[in-house]
Design a protein around this ligand. Structure first.
Ligand SMILES: Cc1ncc(COP(=O)(O)O)c(C=O)c1O
Length: 375
C-alpha cells in the first residue's frame, strides 16, 4: 500500500524546538511566559492593524469568550454561517443561546448578505434581535466583508469574525482576522500554522483583550487569596505551546505560498475536465487556499471520487456539511437558499498541506484522472 497522503497535516519549520527548549531551560512551563507574550506580538505585527491579541487554548475558546464579552446569554439568538465547522456554532449553545443559521452565496461560499438581512429582519419581527453575527472565511476564502459589515452596522449588531481557516488571507489588502468586533484564529493541527492545538482572540481594544485574559485564567480577582466574582475558564495558551507558535510564525508566508501553488497545480491539471470546477478568487480577495476544494457535477461523482482516492490511501473530505443539516441543530431556525446544500453534495476537499511533495501531488492528480477514465 502507498503511503498515506493527508488532507492537511502539521508542517514544522525546524525553529519550533528552540523556543520550546528555551521555555524548559528557563522553567516557564505554565500558561504564561515570554513565548506567550512574544507569540501574541508576532501575530499582532503580522495582522498589521491596531489590534490586541490574546493567545488561548483553542479557536473554540476564543469564540466562546467573544460571545461572553458581547454579553450573549441564555435566551439570546446569535446568527451563524451555516456552512462552517461545528466549532463556529457550538459556543453559542454553551451560553444557552440559540444559533440562527444563514446560508451561503456562490461567489465565496460564505455568508449570503441577502439571507443575512432577511434573517435579521425576521428575528426582529419575531421579537428577538440577534446579539451577534458569526461570519466565517471558509477554506481561507474571505467572506463579503463590506456587505456583511454594512448590514451589521445598519442593524447595530456586532460581527465575530471566524478566521480559524484564513490566517494569511486578505480582503482589499487587509488581513483576515482584523474585520470583526472580535476575530478568532485557530492553530489546530490541520491549520495553516499549528501549535498542536491552540487559538487566539483578536480584539479592537486593550480593555477587551485584558478582560479575555482575565476570564481565560479563571477570573481571579485582585486579592492575596483566591477571590472570584465571576465564572472563569481555563482557556489560556501554555508557554510551551506558544513556543511552537513562534517557530511557525517564521514560515507562515511560505505556507500560504505553497498552499496557493497546490491550488494552482490542481487547477492546471484539471482545466480540461468539464466535470471539475473551482472557486475563483473574486477581485480584491486573496485566499490562503487553506484547503483546495473542487466541485463535481453530481453527488455520486463526488462520492465515487472520494472512495477511489480512499482506495489509493489518499485522504479527501466532502465540503463541510452545513449546520442546518446537523442533527444536533435540527431545532435551530435557518434562512436558506440551497447553496450550502449543493456545495455539500458536490464538493470535495483535496490534499492541501504545505508539506505535500511534487510526487504526492502527482499521485493525487493521477488517481483522480484514473477515476474519470474508469467511472
Ligand atoms: C471555521 C472554524 N471555526 C472554528 C474552529 C475551531 O478552532 P479550534 O479547533 O482551534 O478550536 C475551526 C477549526 O477547528 C474551524 O475550522
Amino acid at each position: 500500500m502507498n503511503e498515506k497522503i493527508w488532507l492537511s497535516s502539521p508542517h514544522m519549520s525546524g525553529n519550533e524546538q528552540s523556543y520550546v527548549k528555551e521555555a524548559f531551560d528557563t522553567n516557564w512551563v505554565a500558561p504564561l511566559g515570554p513565548n506567550v507574550n512574544n507569540f501574541e506580538n508576532d501575530l499582532k505585527s503580522y495582522l498589521k492593524e491596531d489590534c490586541h491579541v490574546a493567545a488561548l487554548a483553542s479557536g473554540t475558546s476564543a469564540l466562546h469568550l467573544s460571545l461572553i464579552l458581547l454579553g450573549v446569554s441564555y435566551g439570546d439568538e446569535v446568527i451563524c454561517q451555516s456552512k462552517t465547522f461545528s466549532a463556529s456554532a457550538n459556543p453559542i449553545v454553551y451560553q444557552g443561546a440559540t444559533p440562527v443559521f444563514v446560508d451561503s452565496e456562490r461567489d465565496t461560499w460564505n455568508m449570503c448578505p441577502i439571507q443575512l438581512e432577511i434573517a435579521i429582519k425576521d428575528r426582529i419581527e419575531k421579537g428577538n434581535k440577534p446579539k451577534a453575527i458569526i461570519a466565517v472565511h471558509l477554506y481561507g476564502m474571505p467572506y463579503k466583508v463590506t456587505e456583511i459589515n454594512d448590514i451589521a452596522s445598519k442593524y447595530n449588531i456586532p460581527v465575530i469574525e471566524d478566521s480559524a481557516e484564513s490566517l494569511g488571507s486578505t480582503y482589499k489588502g487587509k488581513n483576515c482576522g482584523t474585520f470583526g468586533e472580535f476575530s478568532i484564529l485557530s492553530f489546530n493541527g490541520n491549520k495553516i500554522i499549528t501549535t498542536s492545538g491552540g487559538g487566539a482572540l483578536v480584539s479592537k481594544t486593550l480593555e477587551n483583550k485584558e478582560k479575555a485574559v482575565f476570564l481565560a485564567t479563571q477570573a481571579r480577582d485582585n486579592a492575596p487569596h483566591y477571590l472570584h466574582s465571576q465564572i472563569g475558564y481555563n482557556y489560556r495558551m501554555s508557554n510551551i505551546v506558544a513556543g511552537i507558535g513562534r517557530g511557525q510564525m517564521t514560515i507562515l508566508d511560505s505556507h500560504v505560498a505553497k498552499r496557493r501553488s497546490n491550488h494552482e497545480f490542481y487547477l492546471n491539471s484539471f482545466k480540461d475536465n468539464a466535470k471539475i470546477t473551482f472557486l475563483k478568487e473574486p477581485e480584491g480577495y486573496f485566499s490562503n487556499r487553506w484547503l483546495s476544494c473542487i466541485l463535481l457535477d453530481s453527488q455520486s461523482t463526488r462520492e465515487g471520487l472520494r472512495l477511489a482516492l480512499e482506495k489509493e490511501n489518499i485522504e479527501s473530505r466532502p465540503l463541510w456539511k452545513p449546520m442546518h443539516q446537523q442533527p444536533v441543530f435540527k431545532d435551530s431556525p435557518s434562512y436558506l437558499n440551497g447553496v450550502s446544500d449543493e456545495l455539500f453534495e458536490k464538493g470535495l476537499c483535496l490534499p492541501s498541506g504545505s508539506n505535500l511533495t511534487d510526487a504526492e501531488l502527482d499521485r493525487v492528480v493521477s488517481a483522480i484522472n484514473t477515476y474519470f477514465v474508469t467511472c
